[in-house]
Every structure is written in structure tokens, then in C-alpha cells.
Design a protein around this ligand. Structure first.
Ligand SMILES: C[S@@+](CC[C@H](N)C(=O)[O-])C[C@H]1O[C@@H](n2cnc3c(N)ncnc32)[C@H](O)[C@@H]1O
Length: 352
């Protein structure tokens, strides 16, 4: 962001907004859960709705609505006319009806909110110190399959929201050279594998992931009737002296390497390189901070980095493309294609 002048009074207001940011966050969650945003929006053609009427319709005290709506008005989430009738502003509309914002709100609330309290310790110790709020694991990935249903739902919705959209678009490139064997590293719930198995009748897929995720992925694939063309390999990439089988035509890694530190990324890629021949394509999908058209997308990625710091593993992040490409080169790979996929993602096709 370029340096810009701002009046002291506005800067102080911004500072106060940060000082009370958790208050407005929880106010927003509450106004969504109580149905206040929905009701206010539905009353827009009547010129808005008063606190008294919201109170009657939703059986919530006027006191409770008053404290929530006063601060929401100060933050520009709702507006109030001279007859004290409330309407949603554009920001309020997005907070209630934009799917990406919804996924981010639920992820922040259910997965990260309590753990974020330990951010300072996470920075000092290089460990995901907030994770203890969810369970006793070294990384969040060890515990994904054991998270409580609400937390798990918010985690998966966040994960899938940022990758599902590009899977179909990526398939044409993935199958360009008619691969017969594809390794999906970090295959998670098996969604991409199912896209591939649906798209092409001949391909065989091997999914590599931690035991909990692998079990889920293979169960999903079996349910879809594809078990004869899919198998799984349990792996923990944080262990030493790993190898993976040879024979892949394509090795696919979607939003996987951002779960690791720079040194770990080089190690993982080197392990893959050892299994590749000169024709194997290693395809990486990432969202790079410096490749976003809009500041708000970059901001979401920066927040996601802090999730990695405090909740996930303590040492990874969403990377800058130049930093990342350097790691790929250090692992002994050459990037033969570097293209945009969808609005936010980059696809790097690499060869040994
Ligand atoms: C962010 S998810 C991405 C999932 C999927 N590829 C996508 O594009 O949505 C990262 C995946 O990497 C796996 N993973 C994370 N750390 C791992 C580790 N140490 N060893 C093996 N797999 C790991 C997780 O279990 C998860 O399935």
C-alpha cells in the first residue's frame, strides 16, 4: 500500500476500531445468528424497521438489540434514518449474504477465534500455540478428522471454498498429455481425485495424505463407485527419509505446499523429484500474495497466513510467487508453465 496522509482524528478512529475489533466481530456473528440482518434486509421495501419491531418479531430484548445495533451503526454495517428505522448498508449486506465473507466469518469464529489469543506465543515459539484450544495435536492436520462437527464444517468449507472452483478448469491442462497415473499429494477429502476419475475413464489415482484424511477420501471415492481406480498412501511429510513410488505421469499438489515452511517445501519437492522421470509433470496450485488483482484478496491471504502461524503448524504461510519459485528451483525443478487459473490461483507446471 502506498503512503497516504490521513487526518489524526480519522487515524485515532481507525486505531479504536482495531482496539475493539473482537467486539464488532462478535456483534456481527450475533446479528447474523439472531436473524436480525435477515429481518432488517427483508424490511427494506418498507423503509427499514425500528428496534421495537425487531424486538417483537424476533423476541429479543430491546436492550440487547440496542447495544448490538448502536455499534453496528458506528461501524457502517447498518444505517438508521430520522425515524430510527434500520437498514443494512452495503457492508452489512456483504456480511450477511456474500458467500466468501460467510465462509471467512465461520472459519474465524469456529476455528481461529479462541486460538488467536495465543498469537504472540506462536510468533515467539514458532509453534501453533492456539491449537490447544481445539485439541492436543502437533499440527491441525493431525487432528482434522477429530475436530468437533461445527469446527470441522467451518474448516472444510473454508478449504473447499478456495479450491473447488478451479478444479474443473484445471482438468484440461492436467489431462493434456493423457496421464494414466496421477498422484494427488494432500488429497484431503478426495474431491479433486473424484473430478479426475469422472473426467477420464482410464486414469488411476493415488492419494497421499495423513491417515484421518486418507480414510475419509477413500470412503468418499468408494461411495462414488471409483474404488477400483484409486488407492491411498498414508504419509506424514514432516517425518524424515521419506520416499514415494515411481511411475506417476502427473503429481498434483493443490494448496498443499503452503502448509509447510520453506525448508520443508524444498524437502518435499526433492522427495517427489526422486520419484519422477523426465516426462513426469509436477503441477502446483497456489494462491500467491503478489498475484492478486484486488487488495481484499491479498488481505484474506495475509489473514490465512496467521491461521497457519497460530493454529495450523506455526511455520508456514501464503507465499509470494518469487519466493516460492525460488524454492521450486532449489528442489531441482524447472517451471515450464506459469499460468493463472480462476481469479486467485496460479498453476505451475514443473519438470525435473
Ligand atoms: C489445505 S489442504 C488442501 C487440500 C486439497 N488439496 C485442496 O486443494 O483443497 C492440505 C492437505 O495437506 C495435508 N497435509 C498437511 N500436512 C500434512 C503432512 N504433514 N503430511 C501429509 N499430509 C499433510 C492435509 O491433511 C490436507 O489434506
Amino acid at each position: 500500500m502506498t503512503k497516504k496522509t490521513i487526518r489524526a482524528v480519522d487515524a485515532l478512529q481507525d486505531a479504536q476500531k482495531i482496539a475493539f475489533a473482537p467486539f464488532i466481530f462478535q456483534t456481527t456473528m450475533s446479528l447474523r445468528k439472531l436473524g436480525v440482518f435477515d429481518l432488517i434486509f427483508n424490511e427494506r421495501s418498507n423503509g427499514g424497521i425500528s428496534i421495537e419491531d425487531v424486538s417483537k418479531k424476533l423476541s429479543i430484548s430491546e436492550y440487547g438489540l440496542g447495544v448490538l445495533l448502536e455499534i453496528a451503526e458506528s461501524y457502517g454495517i447498518v444505517s438508521k434514518d430520522t425515524d430510527n428505522r434500520f437498514e443494512l448498508t452495503k457492508t452489512g449486506y456483504f456480511l450477511n449474504y456474500n458467500r466468501t465473507v460467510e465462509v471467512n466469518l465461520n472459519f474465524t469464529n469456529d476455528v481461529c477465534y479462541q486460538g488467536l489469543f495465543h498469537l504472540n506465543d506462536a510468533i515467539k515459539n514458532g509453534k501453533p500455540e492456539g491449537l490447544k484450544e481445539l485439541g492436543d495435536w502437533d499440527t491441525i492436520y493431525d487432528g482434522l478428522s477429530q475436530l468437533t462437527p461445527d469446527v470441522q464444517k467451518s474448516w472444510f468449507e473454508f478449504d473447499h471454498h478456495y479450491s473447488d472452483g478451479i478444479f474443473e478448469e484445471a482438468l484440461t491442462r492436467v489431462f493434456k498429455n493423457h496421464p494414466k497415473t496421477l498422484f494427488d499429494i494432500g488429497g484431503n477429502t478426495g474431491k479433486f481425485a473424484q473430478h479426475c476419475l469422472n473426467y477420464n475413464n482410464e486414469v488411476n489415482i493415488s492419494i497421499f495424505d495423513l491417515p484421518g484424511q486418507l480414510k475419509k477420501a477413500l470412503a468418499n471415492i468408494k461411495k462414488a463407485g471409483f474404488e477400483h481406480r484409486a488407492k491411498g498412501y498414508e504419509i506424514n511429510w514432516l517425518h524424515d527419509n521419506l520416499s514415494i513410488p515411481k511411475g506417476a505421469d502427473v503429481i498434483w499438489m493443490s494448496q498443499f505446499l503452503d502448509c509447510f515452511s520453506e525448508a520443508e517445501i524444498i524437502k518435499i519437492l526433492k522427495t517427489c523429484v526422486a520419484s519422477m522421470n523426465s516426462e513426469t509433470e509436477l503441477i502446483i496450485i497456489e494462491t500467491f500474495t503478489d498475484r492478486q488483482k484486488f487488495d481484499n484478496a491479498k488481505f484474506v491471504l495475509e489473514a490465512t497466513s496467521l491461521y497457519f502461524t497460530v493454529m495450523a503448524n506455526g511455520n508456514s504461510k501464503m507465499y509470494n510467487s518469487e519466493v516460492f519459485k525460488n524454492l521450486v528451483a532449489k528442489a531441482g525443478l524447472t517451471i515450464v508453465e506459469d499460468t493463472a487459473v480462476g481469479e486467485f490461483h496460479t498453476m505451475l507446471v514443473c519438470k525435473k
